[in-house]
Design a protein around this ligand. Structure first.
Ligand code: 5GP
Ligand code: MN
Length: 345
C-alpha cells in the first residue's frame, strides 16, 4: 500500500471532501463510504457521500444514510457544484471511472485531489493517491487500516464499526471465503469492542426480504436456471419481464448467482439480467478460474478472481448466444478447475 504520509498531510487541515463509490452500491461500497465519511467529519472535514445510483433498502440502516446524495437528473446540478468545489474526491470500492457512469465525467472534470481506496484487480490510473490492495477482503478492511494507520483509532465508534463490519461480512460471503483470514477476524474482534451486534447486522442485511423477493428466487431457481454440466457452468437468465412480474427492487437479485455456484460440480456461475440500459452480467467461480479476466475479455467488465461482473449491449438473447459461443473455448480450463476443486487427477 502507498505511503500514508501524503494522505496524512492532505487530511491535516479541514477540507471539502466528496466520497463516491460504484453503481448499485453493495454493503462494502456503501459501508466503506459511510464509515470513511463519518471518520472524516469527526476529524473536522466537510464530507458528503454521493452514489451514482440508488442502492438496496436493506442498507438504509447504516448511520449517515439519510445524508447520502444519490446522483440523478434531480440532483445533477447539486452534485456538479459539490464536485466543482471539492478539495478532495475519494473513490471507494471501484477501480475505473466507467464504474460510476456519468458521475465519472464530473470526477474527471474536477480539480480536486483524487484518492482511490479499492481492492479490485487492475486499477485504472486516474487518482493522485492510490490505496489499492487486491488481496484485501473488502474495501472496508482498507478503511479500517487507513484510519488506524493515520493514527486515528480513537475516532472509531460503533457506527463506523457497524459499517466496516457490514462491508467485511458481505464481501467475505459471511466469513466463508479464503479472504476471511486471521487478520480479518482480528479486525472484526477489534470492532466488537464497540458492543457491535453482529447477529443484528446479519439480520438487517439477509433477513429482510419481501415475500415477492422470495417468490422471485423460487421462480428463478425453477424456471430460469440452466445447467451445462459439460462446462461445469450454471447460469440464470432474468428478463425485464421477469423483473417486472415480481416488481423487482434494487437488491432483489443480489446473491442469486451464488445459488448456481452452490451446486456440486459447478465451477462457473453466471447471472444475466436484462436491464433498461443493456444486459448486466454477474460472475462467480470456485478455485482458480478467474471470472475477472473472463469478464474483462468478453463483457467489458472486471472485478475479483472469484467474483466479477460486466455488461453487454448486443441484446438479451444475443448475449446468451455470445456466452454459448464462448464457453466451449474454456472447456479445458473449466475441467481442469473442476478437477482441482475435487482433487481428481
Ligand atoms: P456483482 O456481481 O455483485 O455485481 O459484482 C461482483 C464483483 O464484480 C464486484 O466486485 C463488482 O465490483 C465487480 N463488477 C460488477 N460489475 C462490474 C462491471 O460491469 N465492471 C467491472 N469492472 N467490475 C464489475
Ligand atoms: Mn468490495
Amino acid at each position: 500500500m502507498q505511503d500514508l504520509s501524503e494522505l496524512g498531510q492532505l487530511l491535516a487541515t479541514p477540507k471539502k471532501i466528496i466520497i463516491t463509490t460504484h453503481q448499485k452500491p453493495d454493503a462494502d461500497a456503501l459501508g466503506s463510504s459511510l464509515a470513511w465519511c463519518r471518520y472524516l467529519m469527526k476529524k473536522g472535514h466537510t464530507a458528503t457521500v454521493i452514489t451514482p445510483t440508488d442502492y438496496p433498502q436493506f442498507l438504509e440502516w447504516m448511520q449517515g444514510n439519510d445524508d447520502v446524495i444519490v446522483f440523478s437528473d434531480k440532483t445533477e446540478s447539486e452534485c456538479q457544484e459539490l464536485m466543482k468545489s471539492a478539495d478532495v474526491i475519494c473513490c471507494l470500492d471501484f477501480n475505473a471511472l466507467a464504474r460510476i457512469g456519468e458521475l465519472g465525467d464530473l470526477v474527471k472534470a474536477s480539480a480536486a485531489k483524487k484518492v482511490l481506496i479499492d481492492h479490485h484487480l487492475a486499477p485504472e490510473n486516474f487518482a493522485d493517491l492510490v490505496f489499492s490492495d487486491t488481496k484485501a477482503a473488502a474495501t472496508a478492511v482498507l478503511i479500517y487500516d487507513l484510519i488506524v494507520g493515520l493514527g486515528d483509532k480513537a475516532f472509531l465508534d460503533i457506527y463506523i464499526a457497524e459499517c466496516i463490519y457490514a462491508g467485511i461480512m458481505t464481501d467475505t460471503g459471511s466469513f466463508r471465503y479464503p479472504s476471511a483470514d486471521r487478520r480479518v477476524h482480528l479486525i472484526v474482534a477489534d470492532l466488537m469492542l464497540f458492543n457491535l451486534d453482529n447477529a443484528r447486522i446479519h439480520r438487517l442485511i439477509f433477513d429482510t426480504s419481501t415475500e415477492e423477493r422470495l417468490r422471485f428466487l423460487g421462480y428463478a431457481l425453477s424456471e430460469r436456471l440452466y445447467v451445462l454440466n459439460e462446462y461445469y457452468t450454471a447460469f440464470f437468465t432474468i428478463s425485464a419481464k421477469d423483473l417486472e412480474r415480481f416488481h423487482s427492487q434494487t437488491g432483489d437479485t443480489e446473491g442469486l448467482v451464488n445459488y448456481a455456484l452452490s451446486m456440486e460440480g459447478i465451477v462457473l456461475a453466471i447471472l444475466l439480467i436484462e436491464r433498461e440500459d443493456g444486459v448486466k452480467l454477474s460472475f462467480r467461480s470456485k478455485g482458480e478460474f478467474s471470472v475477472s479476466e473472463f469478464a474483462r475479455r468478453h463483457f467489458n467488465g472486471g472485478g475479483h478472481r472469484n467474483a466479477g461482473g460486466g455488461t453487454s449491449d448486443v441484446g438479451f438473447s444475443e448475449t446468451v448466444k455470445k456466452l454459448m459461443d464462448i464457453l466451449p473455448t474454456y472447456k479445458e480450463q473449466l475441467l481442469e478447475n473442476y478437477r482441482k476443486e475435487k482433487f481428481v487427477c
